[in-house]
Design a protein around this ligand. Sequence first.
Ligand code: NAI
Length: 288
Amino acid sequence: DNLDGMTAFITGGASGIGFALAKECASRGMTVLLADIEAAELETARAKLEAQGARAFAYRLDVSDKDQYREVAAAVLAEHGAPYMLFNNAGVGGGGSAALGKIGDWEWTVQVNILGVAYGLSLFVPAMIESGQRGYVVNTASLAGLITAPFGMAIYTMTKHAVVSLTESLAHELREHDMHAAVICPGRVSTRIYADDRNRPGAHRDGDFTPRDPALRDVSKAMLADGLPPEELAARTFVALEERRTYVITHSEYRESVAARHRQIEAAMRGEPDTDADIIALGQAERR
Ligand code: NAI
């Protein structure tokens, strides 16, 4: 595709993977519409893109606030028309286990990671179809959307499975409009997601949620530090889009966990007992 002059709308565009996607879009001559909850970072990101000669616009947006999202989408459609590429990328690690998760853990993670994507779809995709541009919808899930990760990652993992599943349905539905949907499922990427609770809303902050363990945060910060650079992920995403792949998978880590989960499902379909009750948990298979 010649992307020059086309428009991309990117949530969570102020930092990490979203900003790397924005730079990749800008390098291809696209007009970039950044949306993010963090106003100062958003403006810094927009200015950086502009300094590199890009056409970049910023929209302050909490993707979990449907009224705000309605206003932002209306402004985007009025000012720029339907985007050619929609990146539903904003997400939080959330936290909270399946057994011991608090109401606030469920609410925040589901509202940002699932409903934030849902609002983006319902506010933009009809206009994208209507425009006849044959564009792209790209959702950021995670390898966590393909495996199981209990304890502090249980709720996050559930939301990413949801994003994988809805992208598969979307890809099917969009095919008749000659549009493409893809889901990015990265492993560790070097971003600031370990500090995601900077954006936890006040209503949940003083409410019922699992507080972040500072020691665990340091562990995830260190783990992410040697993750894939987000720019590399963005470049590989565009290669995958050119090939019209549905899954953008950039890491081979957890391959055995994915395979083990599928083996277990297939065993159940044959009426056989669990192949290995523990193997499906994140990284368990790899550690053996
Ligand atoms: P990040 O924390 O660097 O960037 C996330 C961006 O989203 C930030 O700019 C943040 O301000 C924004 N954001 C947070 N809540 C928001 C809300 N309610 N509304 C609008 N914007 C909001 O993290 P990263 O890693 O770039 O995360 C992007 C996506 O990548 C997320 O969906 C995450 O789950 C996913 N991901 C990240 C991986 C990693 O290792 N970093 C691995 C797999 C998936």
